[in-house]
Design a protein around this ligand. Structure first.
Ligand code: 5GP
Length: 174
């Protein structure tokens, strides 16, 4: 049985979301950006962020099929449905929960980049750079975290723990 232990408290997360929102507001004030989140993990961060941003944005979610069971994703990424909103000429900001090996984001940035957006940037709440396999440019980072499997704030382990308001690591319990 795994027991969650708090790594980043909800108040720190809330403060960081506000800081990121301030930065993004300055950069995207008059650009009416298209925010694209990868389901399911990014939905909590996306909903907190857009309410702090306080500028007009459009949001879109996509589902990628990198998810295996347990703690490792398969590494083979597939888009489960084509992005149906126009990308060409838009200022696109990808909103991600966590960047780990970088495989998911590398696939997504390539897919979106080929659709000729005016700009394409990436904002992630959590980053585990020590695990990186593919180098990807990250424009906005909330927290850099150590190499540990984390849950909460939208992140799950086999659909459990997503609802936790703090970012937690799992500890083994008898
Ligand atoms: P990558 O392709 O960068 O290896 O993996 C990215 C995806 O793997 C994330 O969007 C997330 O769904 C999942 N992932 C990576 N690290 C973690 C983690 O520590 N906890 C959880 N719950 N999911 C993770």
């Amino acid at each position: 049985m795994d027991k969650p232990r708090v790594l980043i408290h909800r108040e720190e997360i809330e403060k960081k979301v506000a800081e990121l929102a301030d930065e993004l507001r300055r950069d995207y004030q008059d650009k009416h950006p298209l925010l694209i989140g990868a389901l399911k993990g990014s939905f909590v961060f996306m909903s907190d962020l857009i309410r702090k941003l306080n500028i007009p944005v459009e949001i879109y979610f996509i589902m990628l099929s990198s998810y295996g069971a347990g703690r490792e994703t398969s590494g083979k990424i597939k888009l489960l449905q084509r992005v149906k909103t126009p990308i060409r000429g838009r200022h696109v900001l990808v909103i991600e929960d966590i960047v780990d090996r970088g495989l998911t984001l590398s696939f997504l940035l390539d897919y979106l980049g080929r659709r000729k957006p005016s700009s394409l940037k990436l904002c992630t709440m959590f980053d585990k750079p020590s695990r990186r396999v593919v180098e990807i440019p990250i424009d906005y980072v909330g927290f850099t975290i150590p190499d540990a499997f984390v849950v909460g704030y939208g992140l799950d382990l086999d659909e459990k723990f997503r609802y936790l308001p703090d970012l937690c690591v799992l500890e083994e319990q008898e």
